[in-house]
Ligand binder design. Structure first.
Ligand code: UDP
Length: 490
């Protein structure tokens, strides 16, 4: 078993700074990546670029945990705590970039000032500040961090938290290979086979920033900016594994991108069990109601519960929430539904009285522990990339209910490429009806019909484990990165 933060090997002393974008789905895989680096003796400082109440309490929670010495967490301000008025998307990204550039630069200067050049002398004392920084791994949506790294003489590497297929699709658009006709000039049945893809895609399978290029201009601009300096970076980390996206990963390599697939990154307890690890992500912006969920699940038969979650950023229309609510209540299965506090008011009146013992609603759960529970038979998911990887790792079949961003593309791959789930169809108003939800859930849950999906789920679970096990593709990529870091002189 690899012990976190305990292995100091010859030529050690590498110190890496990781900068996730401050949303849950971006923090999780980067923290798990940090733990792996730390288990190999790399010093890691995770910098969360905001000082909100949630990140402060997250840092306190981490400090209270035993075994927390594998990485340090620093919070830096993005200036949002001083805001007097609502900002436009452009003002937001300009302020974020300006304030983070200044505060990140100051932090790097301080770390390097404290760093002792002869770091090998202090192997027993864990203090990141003893080690000069060598590299910044930043979320790919902040490509300008490469300039900050360079100004301090460091290497920089983007970390893509989405699927590589999604990254490739955006790159095809960036390069003009993928051309998207305006909505009224399209034939809706048209499909496209892009150079990096195994399956043809329809317009509705594209990320929503592209299927409707006018709908989210600021998001599209920011996503495309990821490629602005990609030819200059030393490594590109992707939260996926080779076998899952073989053709796309090969296509990326054919562009001479220095890609390192390092996924799936979920706590070791749930996959390879090679780290002395926790049962949940170490940094969570929300507090899970673990006991209530586990007790309730323990009282249910194996494979009898439908788990439903729309992720950390869910914001569904009221009529859609109502349809889903009645769909779940009309199905033959128990359900555990995560609904953020702010969304609960969209539920039908008397919903809680009506569901009685059939369903449990919580504001946040430990999704990994829920998916790992034998009572859970399927996952109705919004198709956030982390949720997909977690379901794959735990062998849980899915019913996909994508909302926006990359979720539409992820849903396509779940249903038609990896064949580990079914996609719900929307009606002419773009809504999922209760009847459609009941039908898809039943198809996945029923023993006969869902058999092939369950078989495929178990196959991907095995392949995910192999990727992170000793000698697997993701394991090798992390070993190589660590070896390269150690060879770097600063
Ligand atoms: N999650 C959780 N508890 C919940 C709901 C979600 O721990 O009740 C976690 C989930 O395990 C995943 C992350 O939140 O790691 C959500 O990330 P994802 O990429 O799936 O979706 P996003 O929130 O970014 O839309």
């Amino acid at each position: 078993m690899e012990r976190r933060g305990s292995t100091m090997q010859m030529g050690g002393g590498a110190h890496v700074l990781l900068l996730p974008f401050p949303v849950q789905g971006h923090i999780c895989p980067m923290v798990e990546f940090s733990k792996r680096l730390a288990s190999k003796g790399v010093r890691v400082t995770i910098v969360i670029p905001t000082v909100s109440a949630a990140t402060k309490s997250m840092k306190q929670l981490l400090a209270a945990q035993p075994n927390n010495s594998s990485f340090k967490v620093e919070l830096i301000s993005d200036g949002s705590e001083h805001l007097q008025k609502l900002e436009t998307a452009e003002e937001h990204s300009e302020r974020f970039r300006r304030v983070i550039t200044r505060n990140l630069s100051n932090l790097i200067t301080n770390i390097n000032k404290n760093a002792s050049i002869d770091s090998d002398n202090s192997e027993d004392e864990y203090d990141n500040d003893d080690y000069p920084l060598k590299c910044i791994v930043y979320h790919s949506c902040m490509p300008w961090v490469l300039d900050i790294a360079r100004q301090h003489g460091l290497d920089g590497a983007p970390f893509f938290t989405c699927s590589s297929a999604v990254t490739a699709i955006f790159h095809h658009f960036y390069e003009g290979v993928l051309k998207i006709p305006s909505k009224h000039a399209r034939i809706s049945s048209t499909t496209m086979l892009l150079p990096s893809m195994t399956a043809p895609l329809g317009f509705n399978d594209l990320p929503s920033f592209l299927s409707d290029v006018d709908a989210y201009p600021a998001h599209l601009k920011s996503t495309l900016s990821q490629f602005s300096n990609i030819a200059q970076v030393k490594w590109i980390f992707c939260s996926t594994f080779d076998k899952l996206e073989e053709k796309v990963v090969k296509w990326m390599a054919s562009l001479d991108w220095p890609v390192k697939t390092i996924g799936p990154r979920i706590p070791s307890t749930f996959l390879d069990k090679r780290l002395d690890d926790e049962k949940d992500y170490s940094l969570s912006l929300f507090k899970p109601d673990v006991e209530t969920c586990m007790k309730w699940l323990d009282s249910k038969e194996a494979g009898s519960v439908v788990y439903v979650s729309f992720g950390s950023l869910a914001n569904l229309a009221k009529d859609q929430m109502e349809e889903l609510a009645w769909g779940l209540n009309n199905s033959n299965y128990h359900f555990l539904w995560v609904i953020k506090e702010s969304e609960k008011e969209k539920l039908p009146i008397n919903f809680f009285e009506d569901i009685s013992e059939k369903g449990l609603v919580v504001s946040w759960c430990s999704q990994l522990q829920v998916l790992a529970h034998e009572a859970v038979g399927c996952f109705v998911t919004h198709c956030g990339w982390n949720s997909i990887l977690e379901a794959l790792c735990l062998g849980v079949p899915m019913v996909t209910v994508p909302q926006w961003a990359d979720q539409t593309t992820n849903a396509k791959f779940v249903a038609d490429v990896w064949k580990v789930g079914m996609r719900v169809k929307v009606d002419e108003k773009g809504r999922i009806t209760k009847e459609e939800l009941v039908m898809r859930v039943t198809q996945v849950m029923e023993k006969e019909i869902g058999m092939e999906i369950r078989k495929a789920s178990l196959m991907w679970k095995q392949l995910a484990k192999e990727a992170v096990d000793e000698g697997g593709s993701s394991h090798k990529n992390i070993e190589e990165f660590v070896a390269q870091l150690r060879c770097m002189i600063r």
